[in-house]
Write a protein that binds this ligand. Structure first.
Ligand code: FES
Length: 131
């Protein structure tokens, strides 16, 4: 309902979206990771392997779709505009930009950055927290 008692067609969409957000545990997420799998910064194979490793590990450790204190939302993207030294990954709210995030680095990334909140400085090339 709008302020004037009329039904707003956007209200039902908004309600459905709120339910989807709730199922995805969006309100519980402490971090959001964006991983680029675009072929200008890494091979498609490397990007896909890295994405699969991130997705599986977050699920295995109950960090995805959960209300864990280290719950993390994950999104794969086609380009983060860096286009070099990929796979490129950025994590918020810290705003740490990681390079060379091949699948073999994902377990250490999840353990240190996501679970312990400890940045891995040797893999970070820029930082800009947006809080
Ligand atoms: S393709 Fe990965 S940053 Fe552009």
């Amino acid at each position: 309902m709008s302020d004037h008692g009329r039904t707003n067609p956007d209200d039902s969409v908004k309600e459905e979206l709120a339910q989807i957000a709730s199922k995805l545990q969006i309100p519980s997420c402490k971090r959001h990771v964006f991983l680029c799998i675009g072929d200008s910064c890494c091979s498609q194979e490397a990007g896909e392997k890295s994405w699969k490793a991130l997705k599986n590990l977050l699920k295995e450790q109950n960090l995805s779709l959960s209300d864990s204190p280290s719950a993390c939302f994950r999104t794969k993207v086609g380009c983060l505009r860096v286009c070099k030294g990929g796979p490129i990954l950025v994590v918020y709210p810290e705003g740490h930009w990681y390079f060379g995030m091949t699948a073999d680095k994902i377990p250490e990334f999840v353990d240190r950055q996501i679970v312990k909140g400890e940045p891995i400085s040797e893999w970070i090339f820029a930082t800009n927290p947006l809080s």
